[in-house]
Design a protein around this ligand. Structure first.
Ligand code: SAH
Ligand code: MG
Length: 209
């Protein structure tokens, strides 16, 4: 048994989250939701930050959305951005099945555009979870900084992009974008940040007040 298998075994994924995996599989969605331990980490982080408004970029079937929403207090809300309308419908159904339907709003469309619209509407957030198309990560970071309240937390999945960012011969657009994202996040004057080798690379940053 490896480390991740042992630690995931401690968590006992509940029926609601198992249901999301089943619903997603039945709907033909790709099996790329966060792992149970990663989902639990999102719940822990949202709760530790006492975040009231959370922005998710990349909803898929709602697995990470449920984990984020579970960390919210009674007046907390989740805004989730997804480009595929069919995926957003599955995610909305998952959140309803989890009893969290009234806590979430989905916006369908390219997330960069949705984030620009949210900025125009004066919306601000305390927590960001970035987990969508890799080429747009540098843009998502820039917009998250504009949408962030002081002290907001930014978490991002796939910082190592299946270790492709480690291979200097891989100059594909997603690998290059992810290298740029990791560099900018790690050195940004407004961020205190770290990228951890857990899962597929886990980036965490606090927006300084
Ligand atoms: N966070 C989810 C997994 C997300 S997978 C979970 O852990 O449960 C990545 C998602 O990003 C997919 O649903 C994909 O459709 C979406 N996506 C890809 N490009 C996008 C874009 N430009 N804007 C918004 N969503 C996008
Ligand atoms: Mg991911």
């Amino acid at each position: 048994m490896d480390r991740e298998a042992y630690l995931e075994g401690l968590l006992d994924e509940d029926a609601v989250l198992r249901g999301v995996r089943e619903r997603s599989e039945a709907g033909g969605l790709p099996p790329i939701s966060v792992a149970p331990g990663y989902g639990r980490l999102l719940t822990v982080l949202v709760r530790a930050c006492r975040a009231r408004e959370v922005l998710e970029v990349g909803a898929l079937g709602g697995y990470s959305g449920i984990c984020l929403a579970r960390g919210l207090g009674p007046d907390g809300r989740l805004m989730s951005l997804e480009v595929e309308e069919a995926y957003a419908r599955v995610a909305a159904e998952s959140l309803r099945a989890a009893g969290l339907g009234d806590r979430v709003e989905y916006r369908v469309g390219p997330a960069l555009e949705s984030m620009r619209a949210l900025e125009g509407e004066g919306r601000r957030f305390d927590f960001f979870f970035i987990d969508a198309d890799k080429e747009s990560y540098p843009g998502y970071l820039e917009l998250a900084l504009r949408l962030a309240r002081p002290g907001a937390l930014v978490a991002a999945d796939n910082a190592l992009w299946h270790d492709r960012v480690l291979d200097p011969g891989n100059v594909s657009a997603p690998a290059e974008a992810m290298r740029r994202f990791n560099r900018e996040l790690s050195r940004h004057p407004r961020l205190t940040a770290v990228v951890l080798p857990a899962y597929d690379g886990l980036a965490l940053a606090v927006v300084d007040g």
